[in-house]
Design a protein around this ligand. Structure first.
Ligand SMILES: [Cu+2]
Length: 364
């Protein structure tokens, strides 16, 4: 996927297909029901993984006293830890049949969409969900000059085309990193769409930083995008069906314990160390695109153990705790100098107790 300056191009045209790699249109699809084999559902905490790594070692009588228990609690009255979601995924072509592999460290969030200043990004979005949705990046205008708030919905079963331009004012300034992260979301029903899973990372770079395949040509070796987001499944488009299918005995869905059991203090939609793959080698330079989503409780202090980051602005400084709030985003860079497996978590105590933690690895 990459950005381009589209002339009058028909994406179904054979010539376009041949030059697709260079033009690099983004083809995303959203879906949920019946697509579980393709990964279009979320597991906040895979049951088997959870019991192997944590509950299995505890005396049985202690399980229910753990603060984490409420989030994985099953039975007829509670959902457990697996919910149907609607997420963005990228496909290889306009048939939307072959999904591109996505790095495990993105969890449930969508694929990277990247562009240089001066590019136009064109996204073909096939809606396989059961509600209307769209895809709107923060901080980019439509290519035809119309305002973002005019973004149209793409209805069920149809393909919508969205073209965004990247003006200089949306890109990093001279003293900022070569590429900065932002967020794309669906804005048809912003609250429900986000809690359903429709969120992903957009990366905006200085001119000529990305090559024609969308890869960085500067000294950054590896990139990570992490969303700190208390996902409230009570607010999902799928809440009614999730509750009916997965907690069939539940009568009162307003019950305080039940409401809490559906709120996930997640990083990329995973809790308690289940987000994996944040790996780099010693000496490598990494970019971290960190963003917050959600509501008033989404005040996150993102703490890197073991390594300091560098935050380049007009005042460059080092640090190990980064603040993100709902709808904000930060980009920091890090040169890995301290090998080990290091905690990477929110520092708000109730958040980390509720699962907003994982690790990153610096390999020798
Ligand atoms: Cu937090």
């Amino acid at each position: 996927m990459f950005a381009t300056s589209p002339a009058t191009v028909d994406p179904e045209d054979e010539g376009f297909q041949l030059s697709n790699k260079i033009r690099g249109y983004n083809r995303l699809r959203c879906g949920q029901l019946g697509l579980e084999k393709e990964g279009m559902f979320a597991w906040y905490n895979v049951d088997s993984c959870y019991s192997r790594s944590r509950i299995g070692r505890l005396p049985k009588s202690g399980i229910t006293r753990r603060p984490s228990y409420i989030f994985v609690r099953g039975g007829p009255d509670f959902v457990g830890s697996i919910y149907t979601k609607t997420v963005y995924r990228e496909f290889t072509d306009s048939t939307f049949t072959k999904m591109k592999p996505q790095h495990v460290n993105l969890g449930i969030i969508g694929p990277y969409i990247r562009g240089n200043v001066g590019d136009t990004i064109e996204i073909h979005l096939k809606n396989m969900a059961n509600f209307p949705l769209n895809i709107v990046p923060k901080n980019l205008p439509f290519a035809d000059g119309s305002v973002i708030s005019s973004a149209l919905p793409t209805f069920q079963g149809t393909v919508g085309i969205y073209k965004y331009s990247i003006p200089e004012r949306s890109g990093p300034k001279k003293d900022q990193p070569n590429c900065v992260g932002t967020i794309y979301t669906s804005r048809v029903d912003p609250l429900k769409d986000a809690h359903s899973g429709l969120i992903g990372p957009m990366v905006i770079c200085k001119e000529r930083t990305l090559n024609e395949n969308g890869q960085r040509t500067d000294d950054i070796n590896v990139e990570f995008a992490t969303a700190y987001f208390i996902i409230d499944e009570n607010l999902s488009h799928h809440s009614t069906s999730n509750f009916a299918q997965r907690a069939p005995g539940r009568v009162n869905v307003k019950d305080a314990d039940f409401v809490e059991s559906n709120q996930y203090y997640s990083i990329n939609g995973l809790i308690y160390g289940n987000l994996i793959g944040l790996d780099m080698r010693i000496g490598q330079r990494s970019a971290w695109y960190v963003f917050g989503m959600g509501m008033e409780d989404d005040i996150h202090t993102v703490h890197f153990h073991g390594q300091l980051y560098i935050r380049n602005t007009e005042l460059t400084f080092r640090g190990d705790v980064l603040e993100v709030f709902a709808g904000t985003y930060e980009t920091v860079e890090m040169e890995a100098y301290n090998p080990g497996t290091w905690l990477y978590h929110c520092h708000v105590s109730t958040h980390v107790i509720n699962g907003m933690e994982t690790v990153y690895n610096v390999l020798p």
